[in-house]
Design a protein around this ligand. Structure first.
Ligand code: SF4
Ligand code: SF4
Length: 87
């Protein structure tokens, strides 16, 4: 599942540099997560690192419109990082 940043975000910029997939960007005064790039940190960490660093509780949640299985997230991870995994 991709994750979603809620309107409670205070734009602290803690999550953006921590995302291993560069899925978080600042767009029109708010941070957004690109569902095509978010793997819920599968392939990198045990749990979503953006949630770990976010100071606002429940600010980053599972995106109900982008539910994926662990295998689908692993497949997405492999595609995103194909240039690394092919080496
Ligand atoms: S869960 Fe991981 S991959 Fe998804 S936006 Fe957060 S840090 Fe990036
Ligand atoms: S860490 Fe949380 S509060 Fe800070 S920019 Fe990211 S989503 Fe917003």
């Amino acid at each position: 599942m991709a994750l979603l940043i809620k309107e409670t975000c205070i734009n602290c910029d803690m999550c953006d540099p921590e995302c291993p997939n560069e899925a978080i960007t600042f767009v029109a005064d708010i941070y957004e997560i690109d569902p095509d790039l978010c793997t819920e940190c599968v392939g990198f960490y045990e749990q979503p690192t953006c949630i770990d660093v976010c100071p606002i509780k429940n600010c980053i949640i599972i995106d109900p419109d982008h539910r994926e299985s662990t295998q689908q997230l692993l497949d997405k991870f492999a595609i995103i990082h194909a240039h690394v995994t092919q080496k």
